[in-house]
Design a binder for this molecule. Structure first.
Ligand code: IPE
Ligand code: IPE
Ligand code: MG
Length: 264
């Protein structure tokens, strides 16, 4: 399986359509509140927005879609909401996997899954196995995920991999142990619902992602809202530390990048 460097030491290739889109799906509760509905109604509508977004990614040629479904901090919510979200997760997995499989979508779930009940863990595993051969779109659901948890679990596994080695670790040594080592880093990060924060999502992997925040609430994140994010992405200049003149296709003569990797 391809492993990506997940490192700031090399410059990734970029294209007009982001290869990897990572989304914090926020605003379900506020969507429901505006309609005098219980928060759970917002989460149900949120599932519909997930279907729409998967379809949009397939149509636009996005290769990796990563969705933040439940953070390691979301356990702090009222018990009923947490257990309702778990039930919804189980139901969606049961109902949607066949369709994902038919559409060539590979499902992966990242996060500290040990905290989930055994039925859900088994279902996650079965769903991942069923879709394991698919390559059209890699859909990653981050569940009980936290960016700090990810970095720490990776550091711990890296350190025991070679107990003799000390003090010489590099970025590229850590990368294979991160939860999403199978994916390139997100090109485009989207957060719906108006908040402008990362909320402990992919901390390591977002180092050079383009950030896009929208007021649109997650249940209303439709193809128009998705295309607006893609358009904004297309207007960004991704320099990765270089000057404009050094970018491929720049007309200025004599400003070419050395192309050398940066020393760690
Ligand atoms: C995001 O919507 C979904 C989850 C965190 C599971 P919220 O439930 O956070 O919605 P708001 O932020 O209260 O509107
Ligand atoms: C972030 O949303 C987590 C998910 C979307 C799953 P929250 O609504 O929980 O984020 P904060 O706590 O308001 O930052
Ligand atoms: Mg929220």
């Amino acid at each position: 399986m391809t492993r990506f460097a997940s490192s700031t030491r090399s410059v990734p290739t970029t294209s007009a359509v982001p290869r990897h889109v990572a989304i914090i799906m926020d605003g379900n509760g506020r969507w429901a509140k505006k309609r005098m509905l219980p928060r759970v109604a917002g989460h149900h509508r949120g599932v519909e927005a997930v279907r729409v977004t998967v379809r949009n990614c397939l149509e636009r040629g996005v290769e990796y879609l990563t969705l933040f479904a439940f953070s390691s901090e979301n356990w702090r919510r009222p018990n009923e909401e947490v257990s309702m979200l778990m039930q919804l997760f189980v139901r969606v997995l049961k109902e949607e996997v066949r369709k994902l499989d038919r559409n060539g979508v590979r499902l992966r779930v990242i996060g500290d899954l040990a905290r989930f009940d055994p039925e859900l863990q088994a279902l996650i595993q079965a769903s991942e196995q069923r879709t394991a051969a698919n390559t059209r779109l890699i859909l990653t659901i981050a569940a009980n995920y936290g960016g700090r948890w990810d970095i720490l679990q990776a550091v711990n596994r890296m350190l025991v991999s070679d107990p003799e080695k000390s003090g010489e670790w590099k970025e590229c040594d850590l990368a294979p142990y991160l939860a999403m080592s199978y994916a390139p880093e997100p090109d485009l990060f989207i957060r719906t619902g108006g908040e402008q924060r990362i909320s402990n999502f992919l901390l390591w992997q977002l180092a050079y992602s383009e950030l896009y925040f929208t007021e649109v609430l997650w249940p209303e994140f439709d193809v128009i809202a998705f295309d607006a994010a893609l358009l904004s992405y297309q207007q960004r200049e991704r320099r990765f530390g270089r000057t404009s003149e050094q970018l491929p296709g720049a007309s200025t003569v004599g400003a070419a990048s050395t192309g050398l990797p940066i020393d760690a």
